[in-house]
Design a protein around this ligand. Structure first.
Ligand code: FAD
Length: 434
């Protein structure tokens, strides 16, 4: 055993969660090893960021390198339903925090982050796939297969599982838990966006269809290409993916709300599809290990929360691991799992309200109060732990109640107009009180 390498912390995975964790722990003087299965750059979906992730990049001194890359600035999100539309503007949201972020090709973004982490002095090994982990209160052992196919063993005081969709520890320790969200999938590609109009670039657009169950994302990048994807029930995605994704190509070419923008689009890669990605986890920590990012829970892509939850959890996990390694007492349940779940639960309420139609009811109403919009904007900007925001504090009930009131009001308005027309057929001024 004397030849076995020893680290303070081994991090599994070099996505945003792993990079943020590694950068923080290295800054605290800890000896860190990152093991990453792939060669970077590698493709991963999740391209529209939220302003709150800028806080995590800034705190770990990873923001400057991303700033220099001139990614597409993102100022908000615009939702469409038929001919209705509603835009949320991050430049004027309720919480005191970042007012903008980026839209990024993750291959480039993730590589910049991990390269910067490596430059700082963290040891990063690519094409090294973790195959087994032995955890205990005192000492952790990690087995991985290196780029030559050789099995290797390293030891550590702590393991951070940031393996994303790989879910290394949830699989090994049987921590996976089915999501309470309906099984959905997505099909997507990148295209040369020849028809992009001035101003189309700086937000994500989302087009809802099939009675709130499905939607299209359009995420423009700085290099003139755009990510386009369809999210729907698994069966629908399978249909769109058949015959070399001919269904998907026809669908986005002819989708009314896109006005032919993607007709005869040149694709940068064959459309890829993913099914049933929503998943939960029984525990987020245990003796000698902690899970972060997509290794914990993945909800749904509708509000682009994935990377922000990954950086939030990666940073918090690193802070608590650092404290524990410094012999400070950490209450992992309260300080980690309960805290993270608060933010995840806020997003869960919004995801559910999106698919139930309640969110549609609110945002596509004839009028939406400006302050309500600012408060919802902060949720969409990722500031989901700000309990001074009523749309966070009361997330379980407020959307339902507001949707109900909005529905009643819009019915009253329709009734009022109708009565007005009946009682005053010649368009003479007539007031109806309801
Ligand atoms: P990842 O980015 O997945 O990184 C994990 C790394 O671990 C990978 O590089 C992987 O190779 C490595 N790994 C895996 N197994 C092993 C192993 N055994 N050994 C060593 N390394 C391993 N999020 C957003 O913020 N915005 C969006 O617009 C958005 N859109 C999405 C659309 C869809 C359809 C889906 C499904 C998700 C979307 N997401 C989005 C979510 C986003 O993809 C993830 O939340 C995010 O990538 C999680 O980051 P991470 O660091 O946890 O994991």
């Amino acid at each position: 055993m004397s030849n076995v390498e020893f680290y303070d912390v081994v991090i599994i995975g070099a996505g945003p969660a792993g990079s943020v964790s590694a950068a923080y722990l290295h800054k605290q003087g800890k000896k860190v090893l990152v093991l990453e299965k792939e060669e970077f750059p590698r493709f991963v979906i999740g391209e529209s960021l939220l302003p709150h992730c800028m806080d995590h990049l800034e705190e770990t001194e990873l923001l400057d390198v991303i700033k220099q890359a001139d990614f597409q600035v993102k100022n908000g999100a615009t939702f469409f339903l038929g001919d209705k539309q509603c835009s949320f503007d991050f430049t004027d949201h309720y919480t005191d925090g970042w007012k903008w972020t980026w839209q990024v090709k993750r291959a480039d973004f993730d590589k910049l982050l991990i390269d910067e982490v490596e430059k700082k002095g963290v040891i990063v090994r690519f094409r090294c796939s973790v195959t087994n982990v032995n955890c205990s209160a005192k000492n952790q052992e990690v087995t991985y297969v290196d780029e030559n196919g050789t099995a290797r063993l390293v030891q550590a005081n702590y393991i951070i599982d940031a393996s994303g969709y790989g879910r290394v520890l949830p699989k090994q320790f049987k921590l996976d838990q089915p999501s309470d969200l309906e099984g959905r999938g997505a099909i997507f590609t990148h295209v040369i966006d020849k028809n992009r109009q001035e101003g189309d670039g700086n937000n994500i657009t989302v087009h809802s269809f099939r009675n709130n169950t499905s939607w299209i994302w359009v995420i423009p990048f700085a290099d003139g290409s755009t990510s386009i994807g369809v999210v729907s029930e698994n069966e629908h995605i399978k249909e769109l993916a058949n015959n070399n994704a001919s269904g998907f190509n026809d669908f986005v070419s002819n989708f009314k709300g896109l006005n032919g923008r993607f007709l005869n689009m040149e694709q940068l890669f064959e459309p890829k599809h993913l099914l049933g990605y929503s998943i939960g986890v029984k525990h987020m920590y245990g003796d000698g290990y902690v899970l972060c990012g997509n290794s914990t829970e993945f909800l749904d892509p509708i509000f682009s929360s994935g990377v922000t939850l990954a950086t939030a959890s990666g940073l918090l996990a690193a802070k608590l691991v650092n404290r524990e390694l410094n012999n400070e007492k950490v209450d992992w349940q309260v300080e980690y799992e309960d805290y993270l779940k608060e933010g995840i639960e806020v997003f869960r309420s919004y995801v559910k309200a999106w698919y139930s139609g309640e969110f549609h009811e609110i945002i596509f109403a004839k009028t939406i109060h400006q302050e309500i919009k600012r408060q919802i904007s902060s949720v969409l900007a990722g500031y989901v732990w700000d309990k001074s925001n009523p749309f966070i504090k009361k997330h379980k009930t407020i959307l339902k109640s507001l949707a109900k009131v909005t529905k009643i009001k819009s019915r009253q308005l329709i009734l009022k107009n109708l009565l007005g027309k009946i009682l005053s057929p010649n368009n003479k001024s007539f007031t109806v009180f309801i």
